[in-house]
Design a protein around this ligand. Sequence first.
Ligand SMILES: Nc1ncnc2c1ncn2[C@@H]1O[C@H](COP(=O)(O)OP(=O)(O)OP(=O)(O)O)[C@@H](O)[C@H]1O
Ligand SMILES: [Mg+2]
Length: 391
Amino acid sequence: MDITDEKGKVKTKKWMPKAGILGGGQLGRMLLQQAINYPVNTYVMENDVQCPSAHLCHHFTKGDIQNFDDVYNFGKDLDLLTIEIESVNVEALEQLEKEGVKVFPAAAAIKTIKNKILQKQFYKERGIPTSDFVVTENRQDLERHLAFLPAVHKLATGGYDGRGVQIIKTTSELPLGFDAPSVLEKMVHIKKEIAVMVAMNDKGETAIYPPAEMIFDQSLNLLDYQLCPANIEQDVLWKCEAIALKVVRDLQSPGIFAVELFVDYSNEVFVNETAPRVHNSGHHTIEANYSSQFDMLWRVMLGYPLGNTESVMPSAIINIVGAANHTGNAVYEGLEEILKLDNVYVHLYGKALTKPGRKMGHVTIVSNERQELIHQANRIKNTLKVVSSEE
Ligand SMILES: Nc1ncnc2c1ncn2[C@@H]1O[C@H](COP(=O)(O)OP(=O)(O)OP(=O)(O)O)[C@@H](O)[C@H]1O
Ligand SMILES: [Mg+2]
């Protein structure tokens, strides 16, 4: 806050902006790790007082990010706000924007993206390539679109990390569909999944990171590992970059965005979805690029020049997820062996409890050799396990 004299005249300018983060998971945690290099006071709101960010911010507030009053009261005395998850109370953010709080990304962009129906309609209206889709209100409605199969059914709201996404290949799989508002989209024959991080500042200047290639575990529908730069024809990469830039420009919001794209076997590019925030697909930028996604977002929010997105070294990311059949206090098996490797960086998210599939950390590998990246990614996957102490 500014300091004023008895007539209300500003005596000293505020010296440190107050920045709030809605959500206190690993994304908030890594954002806070970078915040310590900037003149900024950090505030986090989250319901779980033991979340990964709680003890790393200057001020922690226990509250529900989906509740209007909680978000409004948390944000009203702040200079700027950002999110680490889309499922926040957008109405409160709209009100805060009206009152002069800067929100990154803009509330309108979150509104469009957090509902998959609105998000797909946005791409369609803007002429941004995305797979064909229909909106379904319930399971009965779904059964009217048999001609659309094979398709992918996605819950409009509330899905994350592959939950809320159901592949429906044949009519016999229709009962697996969601009985709530969803999109049913045509199945793309995916050759590559690409993620492009793009930042945009208040002036509309953009910075784009080299595209990364995501490799998925089909059974879990969860990212297995990721390589950057993506190994794909240069003209296809340019197409991916151009489309990602258009998505962000059309959203007309400052912030950082991860645009997930599919490339099919005819090298056609489709937008899958966009995250209006720092994202798992950008974690390698901490070590492998001059300015990381977290650094970039602070630059955008604090009004500094955009950072250099160039990569210093090719990299891979491997997610460390909770092992199957283990629920309880987290224990990291194989950690010592991984820490002996000289081209890997271990990030553990500080979550006390593990459960099957829960994101517990990630490891970044850097090397000029693609084969070495893949080799180490597999080695780490087979060595580092998050189990529970009770079992
Ligand atoms: N239209 C499609 N055609 C083929 N595969 C698809 C399609 N849509 C989604 N998938 C597959 O399902 C995965 C998850 O889909 P999506 O990214 O929409 O879900 P999500 O729950 O938001 O996941 P995450 O949070 O992990 O990004 C995709 O990465 C892709 O592998
Ligand atoms: Mg996705």
